[in-house]
Design a protein around this ligand. Structure first.
Ligand SMILES: NC(=O)c1ccc[n+]([C@@H]2O[C@H](COP(=O)([O-])OP(=O)(O)OC[C@H]3O[C@@H](n4cnc5c(N)ncnc54)[C@H](OP(=O)(O)O)[C@@H]3O)[C@@H](O)[C@H]2O)c1
Length: 316
């Protein structure tokens, strides 16, 4: 039986996310995948594909013919933790060039911001103060990336190209040109040794929850930097404040937080050495995501395995 355009309809289940950019992106890039925005009371029984950022249990339980869930982002911990999603339905993580490019740009931007201590210059200018500032060459600067997956390895490659010394940590050993790979909990101390700028690009799982804590900070050289662009749950916030207070860390860039939006009065807001972005280090780009989803639907229809399917046992 041939597949019709109707069979390929993709149901967008949002929770406050805007669909405005997605509808025209699918119309232009994947016209044979109709992008349908969920509305209350809609009969969703026939949909085979859905795209979801935050789960919405009442809708999910009505999707009796669902075959694939596409996560709108790379991190799918909320979808994996939703008991209303049956285990038989594969959850595909978002891996698309727009999202990867955005993260690589963010990591390079923040690495250079700290490598050149641009915040020191900004502070001096505000005070109309001339400073004599010195900094090492990139090849004298050790960067460490926690999580050497899609995003971490792409960021590592660019930092290497830029001239930085880069090492990475993952569960399994990796082979990325000129990036020293460390694997597993037993190699974490060796990985941390000498890391001056620590970048977190791990998924949030039972094993990585709270992983950036005093134990990790104390293994870094004095005056190190943290860049967390993964999830707020990776970071022990009290330990960060203490490490900044003691000088173990000189500064931190945070894109993600335990509670988002960051609550009013939170000590991070006015901390002079915490630089924040509002969980937009990288965004899924509808145009490139539409091309990727169409590609995956075509694979699925022709009997090929889906790619980037989250592993329920690993939690990412
Ligand atoms: N702030 C933002 O705007 C934003 C945007 C996109 C994504 N993110 C975050 O970035 C995360 C990473 O995305 P991705 O696409 O790069 O994921 P990925 O391809 O699945 O990579 C995850 C990496 O972490 C490693 N890892 C997982 N658990 C580990 C553990 N217990 N110990 C050591 N290493 C471990 C994996 O090791 P193996 O390779 O050995 O499996 C892999 O190298 C997402 O989960 C999301 O939370 C944030």
């Amino acid at each position: 039986m041939s597949v019709t355009r109707k069979d390929r309809r993709l149901l967008f289940i949002g929770a406050g996310e805007r669909a405005d950019d997605w509808v025209p992106a699918f119309a232009a890039q994947a016209p044979d995948v109709p992008f349908i925005v969920y509305e209350d009371g809609m009969d969703v029984g026939a949909f085979r594909y859905a795209i979801i950022w935050r789960p919405n249990p009442p809708v999910v339980t009505q999707l009796s013919n669902l075959e694939v869930i596409f996560g709108m982002g790379a991190g799918v911990e909320r979808l994996l933790g939703d008991p209303s999603i049956p285990d038989r339905i594969p959850i595909v993580r978002m891996v698309e060039p727009g999202l990867t490019g955005g993260m690589v740009e963010y990591v390079l931007w923040q690495t250079i911001y700290h490598h050149r201590r641009i915040w020191e210059l900004e502070e001096a200018q505000r005070e109309a103060r001339w400073v004599n500032q010195y900094y090492p060459a990139p090849w004298e600067r050790q960067i460490g990336i926690l999580g050497l997956g899609q995003l971490g390895s792409a960021a590592a490659r660019l930092l290497v190209e830029y001239g930085f010394k880069v090492k990475g940590w993952s569960r399994s050993r990796k082979s990325v040109d000129e990036v020293k790979s460390f694997a597993g909990a037993e190699e974490l101390p060796q990985f941390l040794e000498g890391v001056e700028i620590l970048v977190c690009l791990l998924p949030l799982t039972a094993d990585t929850q709270g992983i950036i804590n005093a134990g990790v900070f104390n293994q870094l050289p004095m005056g190190s930097i943290l860049i967390n662009a993964a999830r707020g749950g990776h970071l022990n916030e009290a330990d960060l404040l203490q490490a900044l207070g003691s000088g173990r860390l000189a500064a931190a860039t945070l894109d993600v937080f335990h509670v988002e939006p960051l609550p009013e009065g939170h000590p991070f807001w006015l901390h002079p050495r915490i630089f924040m972005t509002p969980h937009n280090a990288s965004l899924t780009h509808p145009a490139t995501a539409a091309i990727e989803i169409k590609r995956q639907i075509e694979r699925h229809e022709s009997g090929l395995p889906l790619e980037h399917v989250a592993d329920r046992n690993r939690g990412y």
